[in-house]
Design a protein around this ligand. Structure first.
Ligand SMILES: Nc1nc2c(ncn2[C@@H]2O[C@H](COP(=O)(O)OP(=O)(O)O)[C@@H](O)[C@H]2O)c(=O)[nH]1
Ligand SMILES: [Mg+2]
Length: 383
């Protein structure tokens, strides 16, 4: 070997090379460390990000839950408030209704008294003899003789002779009129009917001449109306006495309800009856019977008449006439029930057939039944 290199130089070179190697090694390690550090930082960064996101999500969820709970609480509170408000309103309505009822009762008592006083003064001025009112004894006597029973609703049907009173009494109880006279003997079954009818005190006798001479009481076969007593009163027009005397003689003042039947036209007698009922504070049902007959008659007057139109015209005219009469004589407005015997019977005979044409028959029955229920219902204890 070129011998020129000293041992010392070799050593130095080797040392340098060794050094350089070490340096490279160190650098490599440093790089590695750097890489690891970076990786570590990266990893750390990533994991904190994920953790943070998770924490945030958790936080959001908690917030949402909190929000929801708050909302629920608010809803419950609102609900409670509105229920309380409703209860308060209901309470108020109940009290208002009660107050109104008392006020109405008081007002109608006062109105009735004022009306009676005015009437008495007017009669005095016009020289009309004062109305005679029954004494307590007379009332008790009439009640006993007519079979007035506490807890029963007593309805008298009055009106002129032939106005259809007895037919109404039969029909509202679901019965046909008894066959009488010649008609009873036209067939064997009619004959049988006639015998049954004669023997049956349950049917009100009907006919063109007045058949009722004294007040008759009839029970109602309907279970729902078992506390209703019907009374057939002799025709008002048949007795020639002062109008109030008829009312007093028949003892009409003892009745709970008076039904006035009008057949063909409204007469002074019918209006007098309305006045008497008002004097005695007795509610009335004003009934225009025989509607079928009237409509048939109107139809006969015009060949081209349309039945529906004729019926509508008849109903409107009847109501208008009645209203204008009431206004003229100074009576408060009230309903007029337009009915036909046969329709009333079909609605009440329990066979369930529904007549095609109903005018006021259903309403009449409903209003009577309602009146009965109000009558027999015990007074509410709390209102
Ligand atoms: N077509 C028809 N005839 C009736 C009606 N109501 C009663 N009548 C008849 O009118 C007549 C007198 O009836 P009635 O009930 O005896 O009258 P009252 O004298 O008031 O009792 C009788 O021939 C009944 O058949 C009805 O709604 N339609
Ligand atoms: Mg009669």
């Amino acid at each position: 070997m070129g011998g020129g290199g000293s041992k010392h130089e070799d050593e130095a070179r080797r040392q340098r090379e060794e050094n350089a190697k070490l340096q490279a090694e160190i650098q490599k390690l440093k790089d590695e460390q750097q890489r690891l550090n970076d990786e570590k930082r990266d990893l750390e960064l990533k994991s904190t990000k994920a953790e943070k996101a998770e924490k945030e999500a958790e936080l959001r969820r908690i917030n949402e839950e909190l929000e929801q709970t708050k909302k629920n609480q608010q809803m419950m509170e609102d609900l409670r408030k509105s229920q309380e408000e409703k209860r308060r309103l209901e309470e108020k309505i109940k009290l208002d209704n009660f107050a109104r009822k008392i006020e109405e009762a008081a007002r109608s008592r006062v109105e009735q008294e004022v009306w009676l006083r005015q009437e008495a003064e007017k009669n005095l001025e016009e020289g009309i003899p004062p109305i005679k009112y029954p004494t307590g004894d007379q009332i008790a006597e009439k009640r006993a003789s007519l079979g007035y029973q506490e807890g029963f609703l007593h309805i008298a049907i009055t009106g002129c002779s032939g106005s259809g009173k007895s037919s109404l009494i039969n029909a509202v109880r679901g019965f046909k009129n008894p066959k009488t006279g010649l008609a009873a003997f036209t067939s064997l079954s009619n004959f049988k009917d006639a015998i049954i009818n004669t023997l049956s005190p349950n049917l009100a006798q009907t006919g063109t001449s007045e058949t009722t001479t004294k007040i008759q009481r009839y029970a109602d076969p309907h279970h729902a109306r078992r506390n209703l007593a019907w009374y057939d009163v002799p025709g008002a027009g048949t007795i020639r006495v002062r109008d109030w005397q008829y009312f007093n003689d028949q003892g009409l003042y003892i009745f709970d309800i008076i039904m006035i039947a009008v057949g063909d036209r409204i007469t002074k007698t019918d209006i007098d009856l309305l006045f008497h009922c008002k004097r005695f504070g007795i509610p009335t049902f004003f009934v225009r019977s025989k509607a079928d007959q009237h409509i048939r008659n109107d139809m006969a007057e015009d060949d081209e008449a349309d039945e529906n139109e004729v019926r509508t015209g008849y109903i409107e005219l009847t109501r208008a006439v009645f209203n204008s009469i009431l206004t003229d004589v100074g009576l408060p407005p009230q309903k007029i029930y337009i009915v036909s015997r046969d329709i009333l019977r079909l609605l009440n005979d329990g066979k369930g057939s529904k007549p095609k044409v109903i005018i006021d028959e259903e309403e009449l029955i409903r209003d009577i039944t309602d009146t009965l229920h109000k009558w027999s219902a015990p007074a509410p204890a709390d209102a």
